[in-house]
Write a protein that binds this ligand. Structure first.
Ligand code: CU
Length: 346
C-alpha cells in the first residue's frame, strides 16, 4: 500500500467517484413519469444537480472517514495535534470549483427556463383571441340560474376579463408570470383553459367552448395554454408529472404553456398552504387522445347546456329549503324524513 503514490490513489478515487456520480444521476429513479415535452428539460437539470451533489457528498464524507481512521490518536499519545498554516493554492482550488459549478448550473437553468418559454413576451394575449367568441361563450349563465351563477361568474371573471379579453388595455400592459409560449411556438395555443384557484378547489373554464369543469381535460400532443388566477388567496397549480408549477395570484395573471406527451390521468395539487383544507385541494388532469378530447368537449357542452336549462326551470327562490335540498340529499343518502328533522319548520 505504501508503494502506491498518493497522486495515483487520488486519480483512481476521482475516476471511481465520477463513475458512481454519473450512474446515480442517470439511475436515481426519484422522479415520477414524464408526461410533458417540458419535463425532460427539468429532469436533466435535476439529474445533473443530483450527480454533482452525490460526488461532493462522497468527496467530503470520504475525506472525513479517511482522516478519522488514518490520523486517529495513537494509544499513549497525549500531545497536541500538528498546527497547520493555511494553504493558499488549496483555498483557491476549493473556492474556484464550487464557483464554477454554481455559475455553470445558473447558465444551464436559465437556458432551461428560456426553452420552457420563461422569457416569452407574456402579454397574455399571443395571437389567439376571438373577441366575439369570448363574449358569446362566456361561461354563460342566464339570469335566474341562481345555483351555479355566482360561483362561476365570479370565478371566471378575473381570468376572462383581463387575461382573455384582447380589448382590455390591461391585458397588454400588465406583466404575466409563468411560462409563456416557447420561442419556437409562434402561433396560438391549440387549447386555452382559464384556471381559477379558490379555497379549496380548481375551476377550469374553456372560453372557446363555454365549458366549466373541476378537472382539467386536455388533448395529447397539442399546445395548451393555462391562464391562471386566484379568487381569494395565493394558490399554486402543481402538475408533478408535467414538471410544472405556477402560483395562482389574486388580482394577477400567470400562465403555463406546455404540450402533454402521454394520455392518462395525473394528479393536480395545490402547492401553496392556502387554508385549513389546503390538503384537500386536489384534482386531476386527464390527457385524452385528440379524438377523445373532441368527444369529451361535445358531450359536456350538451350536458352543461341541459343542466343550465334545468337550473332556470327550477327557481330556487320559490322553493322551500326541503324542496331545494331534497335532490342533493338523495345524492348524499339523506331522505326526506331526515331533512324534515333537520329543518323542522319547513
Ligand atoms: Cu390552494
Amino acid at each position: 500500500m505504501s508503494q502506491v503514490p498518493a497522486s495515483l490513489l487520488t486519480l483512481i478515487a476521482g475516476i471511481v467517484i465520477t463513475l458512481l456520480s454519473v450512474w446515480v444521476s442517470l439511475n436515481h429513479g426519484l422522479l415520477p413519469e414524464q408526461v410533458s415535452e417540458q419535463a425532460p428539460l427539468v429532469d436533466n437539470l435535476f439529474s445533473i444537480m443530483l450527480g454533482i451533489a452525490f460526488a461532493l457528498f462522497l468527496v467530503v464524507q470520504g475525506a472525513i472517514l479517511i482522516f478519522v481512521i488514518k490520523y486517529r490518536r495513537p494509544p499513549g499519545d497525549d500531545t497536541d495535534g500538528v498546527f497547520l498554516e493555511g494553504n493558499f493554492p488549496l483555498e483557491i482550488v476549493w473556492t474556484a470549483i464550487p464557483a464554477l459549478i454554481v455559475i455553470g448550473l445558473g447558465i444551464y437553468s436559465v437556458d432551461v427556463y428560456q426553452r420552457m418559454g420563461g422569457f416569452a413576451p407574456s402579454t397574455g394575449m399571443m395571437a389567439h383571441s376571438h373577441p366575439s367568441a369570448h363574449v358569446a361563450h362566456q361561461p354563460g349563465h342566464p339570469p335566474g340560474s341562481a345555483i351555479a351563477a355566482p360561483l362561476v361568474a365570479d370565478a371566471a371573471d378575473p381570468a376572462s376579463a383581463s387575461v382573455m379579453d384582447p380589448d382590455s388595455e390591461k391585458a397588454y400592459k400588465l406583466p404575466i408570470y409563468g411560462f409563456g409560449a416557447p420561442p419556437e411556438a409562434k402561433n396560438k395555443a391549440d387549447v386555452t383553459v382559464n384556471v381559477v384557484g379558490l379555497q379549496y378547489a380548481w375551476l377550469f373554464t374553456y372560453p372557446d367552448d363555454g365549458l366549466t369543469t373541476g378537472e382539467l381535460h386536455i388533448p395529447v400532443g397539442k399546445s395548451v395554454q393555462l391562464n391562471i388566477t386566484a379568487q381569494d388567496v395565493i394558490h399554486s397549480l402543481w402538475l408533478p408529472q408535467f414538471r410544472l408549477k405556477q402560483d395562482a395570484l389574486p388580482g394577477e395573471k400567470s400562465q403555463l404553456n406546455f404540450v402533454a406527451t402521454k394520455t392518462g390521468t395525473y394528479p393536480i395539487v395545490c402547492a401553496e398552504l392556502c387554508g385549513s383544507y389546503h390538503g384537500s385541494m386536489r384534482t386531476q388532469v386527464i390527457v385524452h387522445t385528440p379524438e377523445d378530447y373532441q368527444q369529451w368537449l361535445e358531450e359536456n357542452k350538451v350536458a352543461q347546456a341541459n343542466s343550465l336549462n334545468q337550473a332556470i326551470a327550477a327557481n330556487p327562490a320559490e322553493m322551500s329549503v326541503s324542496e331545494f335540498l331534497t335532490p342533493y340529499g338523495e345524492e348524499m343518502g339523506i331522505n326526506a324524513e331526515m331533512l324534515k328533522q333537520l329543518h323542522p319548520h319547513q
